[in-house]
Design a protein around this ligand. Structure first.
Ligand SMILES: *Cc1c(COP(=O)(O)O)cnc(C)c1O
Length: 342
């Protein structure tokens, strides 16, 4: 196992074992037309292009988490998420690639119609799906432990991956992303990185990576569910565990985390009118397909904050496209808006 290798061509931190699953590096490029009427320049990091089934931000985290699972001798993985979870689909795909069984605890109920989007892929990939209602999902860790017990009873050696692969191991995925970006663009012109927040691991990894690599960059996340208090404590927990496990000093003041609420819409996953306008605008101006659950909301928030002056003018901002295209396909009816406006 390639333990403790340094990222290629940099004097960055020693990385833990990593299973190469994503197609990296992902490109970045300016969003010149979308930025034209804005007081800032937005560039985009195309983590939506980190693969097909194994795409988006989850596969970066899973490279480290699944290396840990394999090192522990796992024969099966257990994880959880919403019915259209990108993380569940990426885990199901990666498990199939690595010859592991996969069991998914999904929030919601089995659809009456044939499954769509990510859920269709979960089933195609052979994942075993267990449904749990929203109240039951609050106990997801205990329920995943029970599911792991069941698998053990069937002779498997299960490894439980927390929601979103958002723990201290998965956080390395976004430390590695920053190392990759600095290699792509040694001048590192960005003072602010923007992304969507669903379980907090991407933000925690970026925050940690900026410190480990000595980059002067702020991380700003737009939450898509729950509230700022939940994510402040989530990010702090991941950073603290990271510090303990890998022996790095990381003092985080959770009050300083840039976590923005107000663009999550009426319910988790649901697209709202302003957001569908932004999704259409990004597609038509730039050929970029955002998703309704995460990246559409983060971009809606970023554009609104630039237009309102909530963010200072003149910045060069990097927006991380964290994927989600299969979730978009599951909601295609809502995205085009009234036929008239097309
Ligand atoms: C999971 C997800 C996010 C959120 O990342 P977290 O690390 O869970 O906060 C953002 N965008 C997409 C497309 C995702 O699937």
């Amino acid at each position: 196992m390639n333990a403790h290798v340094r990222p290629r061509g940099s004097e960055g931190p020693p990385f833990p074992p990593r299973e190469r699953l994503a197609h990296l590096p992902t490109p970045w490029h300016p969003l010149a037309r979308l930025s034209a009427a804005l007081p800032a320049a937005i560039d985009i990091k195309r983590d939506d292009l980190s693969g097909c089934l194994l795409s988006g931000n989850k596969i970066r985290k899973l490279e480290f988490v699944l290396a840990d699972a394999l090192a522990a001798g796992a024969t099966a993985v257990v994880t959880c998420g919403g019915a259209q979870s990108n993380h569940a689909r990426a885990t199901a795909g990666a498990a199939a690639r690595l010859g592991l069984r996969c069991a998914l605890l999904l929030r919601g109920e089995a659809p009456a119609a044939p499954p769509d989007g990510n859920l269709f892929l979960d089933e195609l990939l052979g994942a075993e799906v267990r449904w749990v209602d929203a109240a039951g999902y609050e106990d997801r860790d205990a329920r995943m432990a029970a599911l792991a017990g069941e698998l053990r009873g069937r002779g498997e050696r299960p490894y439980v991956i927390p929601e979103g692969a958002s723990n201290e191991i998965g956080a390395w995925g976004y430390v590695a992303m920053l190392a990759e970006l600095r290699e792509q663009e040694p001048s590192f012109p960005w003072r602010r990185i923007v992304c969507a927040m669903g379980s907090g691991g991407t933000h925690a990894g970026l925050w940690m990576g900026a410190r480990l690599l000595g980059l002067d960059v702020r991380v700003r996340s737009y939450l898509v569910q729950r509230d700022r208090g939940y994510f402040r404590s989530q990010v702090r927990t991941i950073v603290e565990r990271f510090g303990r496990r890998y022996g790095v000093r990381a003092a985080l003041d959770p009050e300083e985390l840039e976590i923005v609420a107000g663009f999550e819409g009426p319910a988790y996953g649901a697209a709202y009118a302003e957001e569908t306008v932004v999704i259409r605008e990004a597609a038509r101006a730039e050929g970029i397909v955002l998703d309704p659950v995460y990246t559409g909301k983060a971009m809606t928030g970023l554009l609104a904050d630039l237009r309102s002056g909530a963010l200072p003018p003149g910045e060069r901002i990097l927006f991380v496209h964290t994927g989600g295209i299969f979730g978009l396909m599951a909601q295609r009816g809502e995205i085009l808006g009234p036929r008239r406006s097309r």
